[in-house]
Design a protein around this ligand. Structure first.
Ligand SMILES: *Cc1c(COP(=O)(O)O)cnc(C)c1O
Length: 495
C-alpha cells in the first residue's frame, strides 16, 4: 500500500517517499512524516531468518513505497557491503547486564554510517525517478559524526556535491581530522565559528531561502539534506532495532513477542525516533530509554512537558550529543498532536521565537513509553572505567552516557527486562576521553599514541578508518562566521 509523506507544519499536498528524500525538508520548514506508520508484514521468526540486507529491504520497502523492489534492493546491496568490517553489519555483544548493539562497524566508525551509506543511493535513485537532472547539493550541519559519514557516503558520487559545516571548536580532534582529510572533488568542509545549533540553524535558513533556491535552480543546482531530518536517514535506522530484536530471539535470550527495552544515547532525536517507529510497527519494545549528556533538555522535557532550549550550551566528551534543539523531536510532537500540523506549527514557532514550548497534559500522557535521564561528565567517565575493569569491554563516551543512564533506570525501577544499549561510536573516535577514563593520561600525549595504547588495553585492532587518517594530508581549511554561511555556499557553487 502506498505511503505518502506530509509536512509536520501544514496539510499541503503530500509527496511520495522519493520526493520527500529529494527535498529533505518541506517548503514550509516542516519535516516529512509518513501518513501512517506501517506494520511489519512478516512474522518475527521469518525476519529472524534474514541477514541484514534482506531485513533492511523488508523494513524499508514498507516506507519507501514508490521505489521498485529492484531499485531498493540495489540501494541496500550497494550500502551494506564490505565497507562494514563485520559480516553481521551490526553485531550484538553481551556485556554485563545488557546487550550492546554495535553500530560502528562502517566506513567512519559511527552509527551515522548505517543510514549514510544508503542515503546517497536512495537520493540518486529518487532523482532519476523524478526526472531531476540538476546537480544535487547536499548541505549538512554536523556535531562531528554526520559530517564524515555523509562525506564518505557522497564522495565522488556522480551528480552530487556535498558541503559540511562543523563547529570549529566543538568536535573531537579525531572527528576533525577525519573530515578535513576527506578526498573527493565534490566535497567541501567548513569550520564555523559557532556551535552545532548555530550550524544547524544556518543550514535550515539556507534551505528556507526562496531567492537562493531560485538562483540555484537557474544554475542547475538543487539542495538536499543528509541530516537526520531527511526521511531517507530515518527509515534505514528503523532496521537495526528489528535486527537487534530478532538477534536476541535467535540467541534464545528472548521468546518471540517478549518485550525488550532499548537505551539510546540521544542528541537530535533521530536514532530514538527510529526505535519509536519500530515499536509502532509492532516490534515488541517496552521502554524507550532516552539518554542525554549534560545538555539535558530532553530529560527535562520528559519530566515536565516543557521544552526549553534557553540554557547554556555545554561542550562535553560526547560532542555528537551536544545539542539543544533536537530537530527530530518535532516528528514525535506531531504524532502526539494526532497529526495536527496546525498545533505542531504553533509549538515550533514558539520554540523559534521564545526558545520554549509546553505540551498539553494529553500529549504528555502519550510519552509514557519514554524514560529520560542523563549522565554527567564524571558519571560517563566512571562507567567506561567500571565496565572496562569488570569485563575488559571498552566503549566510547556516547555509549557510556547510555550505559550510565541504564544503570540509573535499573536502580530506579528494578526493571530487569532484556535490554539493548545502542552503541553509537567506536571508542577509537574518542580515544582521549576514553583512555582518560581508563588510566592516567599524561598531558601532551599525542592522539595517535593514545590510539595505539587503546589497541593494547582493549585488544581490538585499530580500525581502518583511523589508520587511514594517521598520515593523511589536510585537504580542507575553510572557516567562516555563522553569519556568512550562505555567502560561503554561494562562493563554493560559484553563484
Ligand atoms: C549522532 C550521534 C548520536 C545522537 O544521535 P541522534 O540521532 O542525533 O539522537 C549519538 N552518538 C553518536 C556517536 C552520534 O554520532
Amino acid at each position: 500500500m502506498e505511503i505518502k509523506y506530509y509536512s509536520t507544519r501544514s496539510s499541503q499536498e503530500p509527496v511520495t517517499a522519493s520526493q520527500a528524500i529529494l527535498k529533505g525538508l518541506a517548503d514550509d520548514g516542516g519535516l516529512f512524516v509518513p501518513e501512517r506508520i506501517p506494520a511489519l508484514d512478516k512474522s518475527l521468526s521469518e525476519l529472524a531468518a534474514m541477514d541484514y540486507r534482506e531485513l533492511a529491504y523488508e523494513v524499508m520497502k514498507l516506507y519507501l513505497t514508490d521505489f521498485t523492489a529492484d531499485e531498493l534492493k540495489e540501494c541496500v546491496a550497494a550500502a551494506y557491503d564490505d565497507k562494514f568490517d563485520r559480516p553481521e553489519i551490526a553485531p550484538l555483544v553481551a556485556v554485563g547486564e545488557a546487550h550492546y548493539l554495535e553500530l560502528f562497524h562502517g566506513a567512519t566508525i559511527a552509527f551515522k554510517d548505517m543510514a549514510l551509506s544508503v542515503l546517497p543511493h536512495l537520493l540518486t535513485t529518487a532523482a532519476k525517478k523524478n526526472n531531476v537532472d540538476s546537480e544535487i547539493v547536499i548541505l549538512t550541519a554536523t556535531s562531528g559524526d554526520t559530517g564524515k559519514a555523509a562525506l564518505a557516503g557522497f564522495a565522488d558520487v556522480k551528480g552530487t556535491r556535498i558541503i559540511v559545516f562543523y563547529p570549529k571548536n566543538g568536535v573531537s580532534p579525531i572527528q576533525e581530522k577525519q573530515m578535513v582529510t576527506q578526498k573527493g572533488d565534490n566535497t567541501y568542509v567548513v569550520g564555523i565559528h559557532g556551535n552545532f545549533d548555530d550550524a544547524q540553524t544556518g543550514v535550515k535558513e539556507i534551505f528556507g531561502d526562496r531567492e537562493l533556491a531560485a538562483q540555484m535552480a537557474a544554475e542547475g543546482f538543487l539542495f538536499s539534506s543528509a541530516n537526520s531530518i531527511n526521511i531517507g536517514r530515518l527509515v534505514p535506522q528503523i532496521v537495526y532495532y528489528v535486527y537487534a530484536y530478532v538477534g536476541l530471539l535467535k540467541q534464545g535470550t528472548i521468546k518471540a513477542g517478549e518485550p525488550i527495552n532499548v537505551v539510546v544515547p540521544t542528541g537530535n532525536f533521530g536514532n530514538i525516533l527510529a526505535a519509536f517507529y519500530a515499536k509502532q510497527m509492532g516490534l515488541p519494545i517496552d521502554k524507550l530509554i532516552c539518554a542525554s549528556n549534560d545538555n539535558k533538555v530532553l530529560y527535562d522535557f520528559f519530566g515536565t512537558g516543557t521544552y526549553d532550549r534557553k540554557r547554556e550550551f555545554i561542550l562535553t566528551s560526547s560532542p555528537s550529543m551536544d545539542i539543544l534543539i533536537s530537530s527530530n523531536l518535532e516528528r514525535l510532537i506531531y504524532f502526539l498532536t494526532g497529526n495536527d500540523a496546525e498545533s505542531n506549527r504553533t509549538l515550533m514557532q514558539a520554540l523559534g521565537q521564545d526558545g520554549v514550548y509546553r505540551i498539553t497534559p494529553a500529549m504528555k500522557a502519550g510519552l509514557k513509553d519514554f524514560y529520560g535521564n542523563y549522565a554527567t561528565e564524571a558519571e560517563t567517565a566512571a562507567v567506561i572505567g567500571k565496565i572496562y575493569g569488570e569485563t575488559g569491554y571498552v566503549m566510547d563516551t556516547h555509549t557510556a552516557v547510555a550505559a550510565s543512564v541504564y544503570e540509573k533506570y535499573r536502580a530506579e525501577t528494578g526493571d530487569k527486562r532484556p535490554t539493548v544499549i545502542v552503541s553509537t561510536a567506536s571508542p577509537y573516535k574518542f580515544s582521549r576521553s576514553v583512555m582518560t577514563a581508563i588510566e592516567t593520561v599524561l598531558d601532551g600525549t599525542e592522539d595517535f599514541a593514545l590510539i595505539d595504547r587503546l589497541a593494547e588495553v582493549s585488544g581490538v585492532k585499530v580500525p581502518a578508518a583511523i589508520e587511514e587518517i594517521r598520515n593523511a594530508p589536510v585537504l580542507h581549511t575553510r572557516e567562516c562566521d555563522t553569519a556568512d554561511m550562505k555567502k560561503t555556499v554561494k562562493d563554493i557553487l560559484g553563484l
